[in-house]
Design a protein around this ligand. Structure first.
Ligand SMILES: *Cc1c(COP(=O)(O)O)cnc(C)c1O
Length: 473
């Protein structure tokens, strides 16, 4: 498939003339309210123009993240009542272990409190100081844990990933030539592992193809380099393989997911995303010695190896969530809702990352505010303006998130300067998507008068969470 000809189908095209709808109905509702304009102005000022610092009571539609924000099913809530809160050997752990083995196919499981707990363990266990960790674009917490373990992250994603207008169907793919060049330069022994992410968050939720992971496996086998997978949104990645790789068109999502994982040596998971729970994570590997080491380390940092920081009831809900998360009708509706929002914005010529990814629509702040230099934080500005207009909360994914280069101390200037409208799973309706699209349009129409921001407080680690800003007069 060449990137000139590729256009993802609308869900209408995919399923014929008829509309599709979510495979669930709503049993319980949570009231939300639109704060007044005056409340929004004050809240934004008090939050230092950082949407992470807004109280959620003053948010109308919350698209900050899809992390831990999913609606659980009635089965998951029922599972919460089956919590076995024994300190050791909780029966819920064995259910969780079985679900991960069944659906992801890995042999050994270590539970963690959330994804970064698992990233910490795998980084500390597998990276020797001075080693390199090549990956298909960085993720904030992932790279930080790799750096804290003494590693250096090297981006080996294909160039198309950095171009928000490229229609490449698998913009998450690893560029094998870049990886080969790194191996030639530093030697295979200096590479800790390949850090592969299924749907690349920072590139706009872009998928990795099955043929890419197969070729990656072959290359790594030649040098004895392991591959560890960030499986956080791998079920969504499987949907794109089903849609875009002919050999998988008739395969269920669950089978595609397991086939993909089989090319890797292990995975870490933020269960707060694909796996449909509000908190939780896990780490899974196939190597018995590595597992031994990880199972020992988890006791120091997370909790005993049969709960890892989760309550028994949370592990039970997670085991049920895993099974639900790989159902074809669930994933189709999930990605379909994201695509619906993306299509509305595309129809209005609003600059977004194309093709629309699995969990979010990413607004291209560089093109949105072409008059603002990157060090006036155009994506931060856009997230603030969207909140001001309608109480909708989004997230900066640009220069603030990229942080500073640990060597030079300068800002990293990423090519992508984005605002993420992240859709929680099974939470909002199509009407919420319409309201969101109209709000983005209103902010877009007022773009010429919009001014930049200056950073007035900057924390040392993961600054985007807590940094504060002021408008430039
Ligand atoms: C959220 C996320 C993580 C970190 O997981 P937490 O559960 O937030 O600690 C790691 N990788 C990716 C791709 C993520 O989206």
């Amino acid at each position: 498939m060449s990137d000139q000809t590729f256009r993802p189908m609308t869900m209408g095209q995919q399923f014929g003339r008829r509309s599709w709808a979510e495979p669930w109905k709503i049993k319980m509702v949570e009231p939300i309210r639109i704060p007044t304009r005056a409340e929004r102005e004050q809240a934004l000022r008090e939050a230092g123009y950082n949407t992470f610092l807004l109280p959620s009571d003053l948010v109308y539609i919350d698209l900050l993240t899809d992390s831990g924000t999913s609606a659980m099913s009635d089965r998951q809530w029922a599972a919460m009542m089956l919590g076995d809160e024994a300190y050791a050997g909780s029966r819920n752990f064995y259910h969780l272990e079985e679900a991960i083995q069944t659906y992801y196919g890995y042999r050994y499981i270590v539970p963690t409190h959330q994804g970064r707990g698992a990233e910490h363990l795998i980084s500390q266990a597998c990276i020797k100081p001075g080693q390199y960790v090549p990956g298909n674009m960085y993720f904030t917490t992932t790279r930080l844990h790799q750096e804290l373990a003494g590693g250096t992250f090297v981006d080996v994603i294909i160039d198309e990933a950095h171009d928000p207008t490229s229609m490449h169907p698998f913009k998450g793919n690893v560029d094998l030539n870049k990886l080969q060049a790194l191996i030639d330069e530093v030697g295979a022994a200096q590479i800790a592992y390949v850090s592969l992410a299924g749907t690349v968050n920072m590139a706009g939720g872009q998928p990795v193809s099955m043929s890419n992971v197969r070729a990656l496996r072959a290359l790594c086998d030649r040098y004895g380099i392991p591959i560890y997978l960030d499986a956080t949104r791998m079920a969504e990645n499987a949907f794109f393989i089903q849609e875009r790789e002919e050999a998988y068109a008739d395969k269920p999502i669950a089978d595609i997911l397991k086939d993909f994982c089989a090319y890797t040596d292990g995975a870490w998971m933020s269960a707060k995303k694909d796996n449909l729970v509000n908190i939780g994570g896990w780490l899974a590997v196939n190597d018995a010695d590595l597992f031994d080491q990880l199972r020992n380390m988890v006791v120091i940092f997370e909790g005993l190896h049969t709960y890892g920081g989760m309550a028994g009831r949370d592990m039970e809900a997670l085991a049920v969530g895993i099974a639900e998360s790989v159902q074809d009708d669930h994933i189709t509706a999930r990605v379909g809702q994201v695509r619906y929002l993306g299509e509305l914005l595309t129809d209005w010529d609003i600059p977004i990352v194309q093709p629309v990814g699995g969990h979010a629509v990413f607004l291209d702040a560089k093109r949105f505010y072409a008059h603002l230099p990157q060090d006036q934080f155009p994506a931060q500005v856009l997230a603030a303006q969207l909140y001001l207009d309608s109480g909708i909360r989004s997230m900066e994914r640009g220069i603030v998130s990229a942080g500073r280069d640990p060597e030079t101390g300068d800002h990293r200037y990423p090519r992508l300067e984005l605002v993420r409208l992240t859709i929680p799973r099974r939470v909002y309706t199509q009407a919420h998507m319409d309201v969101t699209a109209e709000a983005v349009k209103a902010v877009y129409d007022a773009r010429a008068e919009t001014k930049g921001l200056r950073m007035v407080y900057e924390p040392k680690y993961l600054r985007f969470f807590q940094a504060r800003f002021e408008p430039i007069a």
